[in-house]
Every structure is written in C-alpha cells, then in structure tokens.
Ligand binder design. Structure first.
Ligand SMILES: [Ca+2]
Length: 303
C-alpha cells in the first residue's frame, strides 16, 4: 500500500471516529429543537385563543372633517328636574282633563308663574270665559298634591279645592298681562292681578295682591269697584267701592289704585299660552297639553 493510500484510510477513520463522537451532541440538539417546536406550537394555540393572532385593524383612512353640530339655541328656562311641580301639574292635567274641561266650559289658556314668590310656580288655567273676560283658576302644590286655591268657576273649586280654597276671591282677566310683578317705594315686591268683568248692566273691577300662607297661594283683595249701568243709555247709575266687607270712598279707592299704578313694574312676563295663538294649541286634550308644555319650556323664575 502506498503512503498516499495509507493517509486516505487514516483520514476516513478519523472522520468516522469524529462522527461517532459528535453523535450524542447532535442527538441532544435534535431533542432541544423538538421541544422548541412543541413550545412554539403551544404558544401559537394560546395566542390564537387569546385573540393575539388577530389581524391588526387597518389604520383609519383619513376622511373629511365631520360636519359641525348645529348650534344650540340658548334658553333661559331651567331644566325640568329643577321644577318638580311641572311634572305634578302635567300629570294633573292629564288625569283630570275631562272633568276640568267640563267645569271650565273649555280650557282657553294655560300658564305658569310663581305668584307668591315662594320658589314654586302655580298653574294658571283660563276657562271659556263669559261677557268681557275669562275666569282664572289657580292651582298650587300643597303637601305634594295639586290643589285648587282659587277658581272663578265654582265647580272647579268644588272638585279640586283643598282646605286652602278661598271662595270669596277669584280673578277674571283678559290675558296674562293682568298679572304684574311690582315693587312699592318701601321695597315690597309682589304680584298683583287686575280683575274685571261685566256686561251692559253691571261691571266690576278688583285689584289683588298675591301672597303665601302655609305654603299655599293666597289672594288678598286690595279694592273693588262695582258699577250699575242703564242698558238703554249706557249711563252709569251707581258705583260702590269696597275693601272686603268695608265701604271705601271714591278717594280712598283712587288712592289705592294710584299707589299700585305708580309702583315700579319689574317687567316680568308670565309664561302662558292661549288656544288661538298657534295651530299646535287648542281646547282639546293635545292642544291643552301643548299649551302647558310651551308654558313650561318658556318659564323663567320671577326672582
Ligand atoms: Ca309659588
């Protein structure tokens, strides 16, 4: 055998020996790889279960800027939740619409005003009217219930009055301008009402001051004038001036009216509607409720 052949055999033997020597390491590496692959498979399954494998949402495509929201119309009306009495009054109108309408002839107007300035609005209901003006019914919340405290229509008082009902005093008026918030020179601030009605033989006018007693609206008569007329000629036959049961002179009557008329008018407008002011209003159930809702939406506290 040549030296070259001997070298070749030696190299082959060395290669086989080295391979045998490396076999445990290769086997060990194969085991590690096998465990790694198994670990990666388990990890993939976990990620899939957790949703980690979701495809990422595509980035939003830029679009044109959204249209601006319509500008809110500012309102001075307070949120409804600050006027629990509105809910009570609305429920009252819903529940008693038929008997109240029957007693009133029909309901021609609905308003809300805090006439005694105690922080709670009163419900004002105008009836069908007669002669030259309409009768006014006043409702207040007493011990959580809506109660009639004054009514031009006796039937309304009979049905809905509580112990605070005043049969002697009631208001007849043409519209909500009959109610004025005034301040006297001495600082007294209160609502007044100018009441009037009549026909071609009799006319009366009365001035009221609203107040509060035991949490209920009160009407205090300040002066009254009753006149009789000749229906043929229209001539005034007599006029009687009174304050409750007492007779006033014409001068006394004029003085009371002058004091009221010269007081500072605070310019407050009572929130209310009449059936003829809008097609949405009316004397039927939807129309009356629409008037109430409009009055409530426009309500502004007097003080
Ligand atoms: Ca009040």
């Amino acid at each position: 055998m040549s030296a070259e052949g001997t070298d070749c055999r030696v190299a082959s033997l060395l290669a086989i020996r080295n391979s045998i020597a490396l076999f445990p390491a290769l086997w060990y590496n194969a085991c590690i790889m096998k465990k790694t692959i198994l670990f990666l498979l388990v990890l993939c399954l976990c990620c899939t279960a957790c949703g980690c494998g979701k495809t990422a949402a595509p980035a939003p495509t830029p679009t044109a800027a959204p249209a601006p929201l319509p500008e809110l119309i500012p309102t001075t009306a307070l949120p409804a939740e600050e006027h629990d009495e509105f809910t009570l009054y609305r429920d009252f109108l819903e529940l008693n619409f038929v008997p109240l309408t029957t007693c009133c002839g029909f309901i021609s107007g609905v308003g809300l005003a805090d006439l005694d300035l105690d922080g709670t609005a009163e419900l004002i209901v105008f009836d069908a009217g007669a002669s030259s003006s309409m009768g006014v019914q006043f409702f207040d919340v007493i011990n959580g219930e809506v109660v009639c405290v004054s009514a031009s229509r006796t039937e309304v008082g009979t049905l809905f009055a509580g112990t605070n009902f005043d049969k002697r005093h009631y208001v007849d008026a043409v519209d909500f301008s009959a109610f004025r918030l005034i301040e006297l020179a001495d600082g007294q601030l209160f609502f007044t009402a100018s009441s009037m009605n009549g026909d071609d033989t009799l006319r009366f006018s009365e001035r009221f001051r609203f107040g509060c007693r035991e949490g209920a609206l009160t009407l205090e008569c300040l002066c009254t004038a009753n006149s009789g007329y000749d229906p043929e000629t229209g001539e005034c036959r007599y006029t009687v001036y009174t304050l409750d049961d007492a007779t006033l002179s014409e001068e006394e009557y004029a003085g009371i009216n002058a004091a009221l008329d010269s007081a500072a008018d605070m310019g407050y407008t009572v929130s209310g509607c009449f059936s003829w002011e809008s097609d949405s209003y009316g004397t039927d159930y939807p129309g009356v409720m629409a008037m109430f809702d409009a009055a409530a939406a426009a309500y502004v506290p007097a003080v």
